[in-house]
Design a protein around this ligand. Structure first.
Ligand code: ADP
Length: 661
């Protein structure tokens, strides 16, 4: 070997050692690179859909889902223990598992119960097996079975605890007169162990003569046959455990179905420690919740696969089972509720229900209902009193408002009366002085007479209004209906107002789509309405403004619209302006004469014609008053009876008298 070859060999050797060492370092760690996903093989003893095993798997899945660091794949295998129990079958299952799961494909094995544990433990210990020495977890395993062979450093889990003692105590508490106990179980090691435990505890602790009957079968038909044979006896209690199949189809019964069928043959209170029977109509039991076991195992697996030493705290005893009692069953089977201990979890009890003896319960319920009814009654009375109070207050307010309106009206009226009277008196004085001074001429007489005339109309309007409003109030306001062409009635009123509008340079527009609309109206009163609306429009529209009057027939009604470009009316006063003596803002309206009666009378007149008067307005922009009167024809025209004392121009002069100062 040359020196150079020696050097190369030495270099290779050094490198090999380094690589070897590195390998040792890697092997020391659990994985060459951190794993985040694990395959867990779950060995179930029974069949897919077995209730207890399904609850456990639910819990396991829940815990895995909550684990944010790792993801888990569950591979479930079922031994079908109840139907297959010979050695060759298990050998073949074992062979199947060894072939199906290659070495390294499974990161942990979970045996759900005793049978599964017994089955798989051989593989964990067998050097030849694919599952040799792999992390092994279990639940619900009998401590005697679990504490052999496999070293605690390789396995973790929950040892099962027998809760028969608690179950028997619960039965004796709730059924102190029990004389017969039927133990109805599936035909299995589990079923037999339940029976053995019950027998042991009854003879040891009950101190009573209780007849025990063991009914063991996997088939519901056999169970019912045995129940029939035994016959129903008073003071009996049933204990249920395991699952049952139909004989012909081998289909497993839903636990609700099992309880229902058993009740048909023996409706004694039933109890069970089996999670499967919770909420199926049994009275209660001391129940382990499979889901909680599954969750615990899931949490343990999370820690184990994260490298936690298996032998740190585990295995441990499963969590203490809880006593459950169904609230409804207590009353169905006449159980004394006082015998239910405080550590019992009551299921199916509503928040408003009480755990009390039946009579007391009804009395309490009655009291609660009565007090609720009483409260409702009191509340009702209280609301009623408040309502009456409110109505009284409203009435009082209305009365006060009316009083105020009346006072306002009197104040206004005196002002209203004083102005035209003063005008008349002053004019008379002027005439007298002129006569004395012999300054009288035709023009001046005419002018002065015009002033007297106009002011007299104002006085007449006031007195008319007062008479009308009083007669409307006492129901004496009558109209004389006559078939009229309402278009010309309205147009006449419109024409007679033009000269008054001119005084303020207001443009007047009349619009109609028909020349003639015949309907029964009181012509004078309708003209008063139109003139009142026009007089208001002229009063509250500034100089150079515009007033539009439109009339049309629509849907068997006549619609009269008076639109102005005046000061407008605030929205919250739309109703009030139709009240007697109401004037929107006295500081503004005092600029104009008026008494606040016109619209109220107009509304009354329209109402007597079975019509309505509506208002739309925007402050500062103008107002729209819309009168709608239904069209009708009278065949017997009412006697005119000289109600028309004035022609339209006279009415206009009266209605417009306010406008001329
Ligand atoms: P008045 O004799 O005071 O005009 P009315 O009953 O006719 O009495 O009107 C009541 C109040 O309604 C008026 O004082 C006025 O404030 C308001 N009003 C009526 N019509 C109009 C209008 N076209 N524009 C603005 N305000 C109006």
């Amino acid at each position: 070997m040359t020196k150079k070859t020696k050097k190369i060999l030495f270099f290779i050797m050094i490198n090999l050692v380094l690589v070897y060492n590195n390998k040792i370092i890697f092997a020391d760690k659990k994985y060459d690179k951190p794993k985040t996903s694990f395959n867990v093989l779950v060995i179930n003893s029974y069949h897919p859909g077995h209730y207890w095993e399904s609850y456990v798997l639910d819990g396991l899945e829940k815990s895995f889902k909550e684990n944010e660091e790792y993801s888990f794949n569950i591979k479930s295998e079922y031994l079908d223990f109840k139907n297959q129990s010979d050695k060759n079958y298990f050998k073949s299952v074992n062979y199947m598992l060894e072939t199906k799961y290659k070495k390294g494909s499974i990161d942990a094995i979970y045996a759900v119960d005793d049978e599964a544990y017994e089955f798989i433990k051989g593989s964990i210990l067998d050097e030849e097996s694919q599952f040799y020495n792999i992390p092994f977890v279990f639940s619900g395993v009998n401590q005697e079975i679990g504490s052999g062979k496999i070293d605690d450093s390789l396995k973790v889990g929950l040892y099962g605890e027998d809760d028969t003692y608690e179950l028997v105590n619960l039965i004796l508490d709730l059924n102190p007169n029990v004389e017969n106990l039927n133990i109805i179980t599936e035909d299995s090691y589990y079923g037999k162990s339940i029976n053995d435990e019950v027998v042991k505890f009854i003879s040891k602790y009950s101190g009573k003569e209780i007849k025990l009957t063991y009914i063991s079968s996997n088939y519901i038909e056999e169970v019912t046959e045995k129940l029939i044979k035994k016959g129903y006896t008073q003071n009996s209690v049933n204990i249920l455990a395991g699952e049952f199949q139909y004989r012909d189809s081998n289909i497993y019964l839903d636990p609700n179905e099992t309880v229902k069928i058993i009740k048909e043959y023996n409706d004694s209170p039933s109890y069970s420690n089996d999670n499967t029977y919770l909420n199926t109509g049994i009275v209660g039991g001391c129940v382990d919740l499979g889901k909680i076991h599954g969750e615990l195992i899931g949490d343990i697996l999370g820690e184990v696969l994260n490298g936690k030493d298996l032998s740190d705290n585990y295995p441990m005893i499963e969590p203490k089972a809880k006593l459950y009692v169904d609230y409804d069953s207590i009353y169905k089977y006449d159980i004394n509720p006082m015998n239910v201990n405080s550590d019992v979890v009551l299921i199916n009890k509503q928040f408003y229900e009480f755990l009390l003896p039946k009579n007391l319960k009804n009395a309490t319920l009655l009291m609660i209902i009565m007090s609720i009814l009483g409260t409702i009654c009191l509340l009702h009375i209280h609301i009623k009193i408040k309502k009456i109070d409110l109505i009284e207050k409203q009435k009082q307010k209305l009365k006060e408002d009316r009083e105020n309106l009346k006072t306002d009206f009197i104040v206004n009226l005196s002002h209203e009366l004083r102005t035209p009277i003063n005008n008349i008196l002053n004019t008379c004085k002027v005439i007298k002085r002129k006569v004395n001074n012999e300054e009288i001429n035709k023009i001046s007489i005419e002018e002065n007479l015009e002033v007297i005339n106009n002011n007299s109309y104002r006085l007449l309007k006031i007195s008319n209004n007062i008479i009308d409003i009083t007669s409307a109030e006492s129901g004496l306001f009558k109209i004389k209906l006559k078939n009229e062409n309402i278009v010309s009635v309205v147009e006449e009123a419109f024409s007679s107002s033009i000269s008054f509008a001119k005084l303020k340079n207001i443009d007047m527009i009349f619009d109609t789509d028909l020349e003639e609309i015949i309907t029964a109206i009181d012509k004078v009163q309708i003209q008063r309405v139109v003139l009142n609306l026009l007089s208001n429009a002229i009063k509250y529209t500034p100089e150079e403004g515009e007033i539009y009057l439109g009339i049309r027939s629509i849907n068997n009604t006549v619609e009269i619209k008076v639109i102005d470009t005046g000061i407008g009316i605030p929205k919250d006063k739309f109703e009030e302006v139709f009240y007697r003596f109401y004037q929107v803002d006295y500081s503004i309206t005092r600029k104009n004469e008026g008494s606040g009666i016109g619209l109220c009378i107009a509304k009354d007149i329209v109402k007597i014609h079975n019509g309505k008067i509506e208002l739309e307005s925007k402050e500062g922009s103008g107002s729209v008053f819309k009168v709608t009167i239904p069209m009708k024809v009278v065949y017997l025209e009412e006697d005119d009876n000289k109600i028309i004392e004035y022609d339209v121009n006279t009415i206009a002069s009266v209605e417009m008298a306010d406008i001329i100062k």
